[in-house]
Structures are given as structure tokens and as C-alpha cells.
Design a protein around this ligand. Structure first.
Ligand code: ATP
Ligand code: MG
Length: 270
């Protein structure tokens, strides 16, 4: 059964897509079967996986509206060696069109249900909003990975996100928990970054991943070649960090394999 994680943060440009694409490729490189779901009309994860969003006739948009199957929309990232449910700007219309549909926040969960045995990990790249699309991502997932930059305003938005996750946990998806906060674009020479990082550790404890992803230009260059950074320049510091992050994830879930994924945060339901 796949472990399903949404990569979410309503703040824009904090490294969600970079994290999703590189974690997918790093997990695939270590032999895991991975599906990446692009839930963002920007289609950045699609392009960054080497799938051209412009020529798509079937995408996650049609899947969410029940107009085509996952199998019909699914593509292969040849560079990343994982499967992709791609997105493009058409997906922006889904927000409005789904309003008419029953169980509109459960559409993605329903679509993925019959594919969970085909993968070890399903990673969902969410858009920068607490929208119906993100809600679909949170309802379909076992957990949330929150990438964040260690800067002052990062902490402000975090409480909104944590509250949304708690509400979804309470009302819609009892499996949902915060898997962890991933510090990205980290600059170890910045005093502020160090202070924010310390605050995160003090507040969230072992929910902060050990891996620190540094700011690294190779990660930013990779998408223009349609490649995950870990494939584009495996030796770069950024790629090495995401490879280490994949190891951290695999080890964490091997360790937690019994009794269950939901085990760590069930106190919130009690
Ligand atoms: P959006 O909210 O628009 O979906 P996002 O949260 O998905 O954005 P990304 O697109 O992953 O964020 O990253 C924003 C920008 O920062 C991109 O140009 C990306 O290439 C760059 N970037 C991400 N992580 C790093 C890093 N560790 N080092 C350098 N540049 C990075
Ligand atoms: Mg993005």
C-alpha cells in the first residue's frame, strides 16, 4: 500500500514543487515505486518531471471531474523514473466546476484508491492556496510535508496551515498528520535563518526533518532541462540533500511500519 503525502504550504515559492519533484526522483532512484500528482494549475511539477504540460489532452483535471481514468491521464517521467498525473492551466477551472459535484473534496482520494497497490509512495504537489484543490490533496493523504524557508514571515503563515490540517484531520480525514517540516533554501550563514530554524525545532520537535536543503542554484536550473535536480546534477549540494531526505523518509516509514502510519498524532483525535 502506498504512503500518500501532500507537499503543502499556502505560501507561494517556498519550494513545494522542488521538494515534490526531487523527493519523487530520489525515492525512485532508491528503488521505490512513485507516483507524483500535480495538483497545481501552474503545472510546474509536470514540466520539471520532463512532461510537456502544453500538449496534454488528459490530465488531473479530467480525473478530478470523472471524465477520464488515472490510467488514461498518467504519464511517465523518463528523467525521474516515476509516474506523473500531470496538470496544466485547465485545472484552474476545476475549482469552480467541482462546486456542483458531491464529495468534491474527496475526488482525488477516490481516484487514487484503486492504484495504491501499484506504488510505494504517492506525492501530491499542492498549489499555493488553501483551496479546494489543496483540500483534495489533504483528504487523499496520510500526511503532509511542509517545506519552508527559515525567514520571519514563514512562521506567520504556518499557524493557518497547521489549523487547516487539524480541521481536515478532525472532520474529513482522520489519517492525516503532519509528517514533518522541511527546511529548504537554507543559508547557514544567515543569523535569522538559524534563529527561525531553532524556533521551529523548539516548537515542533521531531516534526522537523533532520535534513536541511541548502539554497543551491543547480536545483533551480534543473526544471528548464525537464529534469529533477537529483538527476540533473546528482553531486550538487542540493541534490545530495534531497537524496538524504529520501533516505530519511524511507527510514522513518520503515521504523513506523508497525503499527500504523497514523500512530504518531492520534492524540489530536482523541
Ligand atoms: P509555488 O507556490 O508557486 O507553487 P513552490 O512552493 O512550488 O512555488 P518552487 O517552485 O519549488 O516553490 O520554488 C520556487 C523557486 O525557488 C523556483 O524558482 C525554484 O527553482 C527555486 N528553488 C527552490 N528550492 C531551491 C533551492 N533549494 N535552492 C535554490 N533555488 C530553489
Ligand atoms: Mg509549486
Amino acid at each position: 500500500m502506498a504512503k500518500i503525502f501532500s507537499i503543502a504550504n499556502q505560501k507561494g515559492g517556498v519550494g513545494k514543487t522542488t521538494t515534490t519533484v526531487n523527493l519523487a526522483a530520489a525515492l525512485a532512484a532508491s528503488g521505490q515505486r512513485v507516483l507524483l500528482v500535480d495538483l497545481d494549475p501552474q503545472g510546474n511539477a509536470t514540466m520539471g518531471s520532463g512532461v510537456d504540460k502544453r500538449g496534454l489532452t488528459q490530465s488531473i483535471y479530467q480525473v478530478l471531474l470523472g471524465l477520464c481514468s488515472v490510467v488514461a491521464a498518467r504519464q511517465r517521467s523518463d528523467t525521474g523514473r516515476y509516474d506523473v498525473l500531470p496538470a496544466n492551466r485547465e485545472l484552474a477551472g476545476a475549482e469552480v466546476e467541482m462546486v456542483e459535484i458531491d464529495d468534491r473534496e474527496m475526488r482525488l482520494k477516490a481516484a487514487l484508491r484503486s492504484h495504491e497497490d501499484e506504488y510505494d509512495f504517492i506525492l501530491i504537489d499542492c498549489p499555493p492556496a488553501l483551496s479546494l484543490l489543496t483540500l483534495n490533496g489533504l483528504c487523499a493523504a496520510h500526511g503532509v510535508i511542509i517545506p519552508m524557508q527559515c525567514e520571519y514571515y514563514a512562521l506567520e503563515g504556518l499557524s493557518d496551515l497547521v489549523n487547516t490540517i487539524k480541521q481536515v484531520h478532525r472532520n474529513l480525514n482522520a489519517d492525516l498528520e503532519i509528517i514533518g517540516l522541511l527546511r529548504v533554501m537554507f543559508d547557514p550563514r544567515s543569523t535569522l535563518a538559524q534563529q527561525v530554524s531553532d524556533q521551529l525545532e523548539a516548537h515542533f520537535g521531531d516534526k522537523v526533518f533532520e535534513t536541511l536543503v541548502p539554497r543551491n542554484v543547480r536545483l533551480a536550473e534543473a526544471p528548464s532541462y525537464g529534469m529533477p535536480g537529483v538527476v540533473f546534477d546528482r553531486a550538487s549540494k542540493g541534490a545530495q540533500a534531497y537524496l538524504a531526505f529520501a533516505v530519511e523518509m524511507i527510514e522513518r516509514f520503515r521504523r513506523d511500519a508497525t503499527p500504523s502510519l497514523a500512530g504518531t498524532s492520534n492524540s489530536a483525535t482523541a
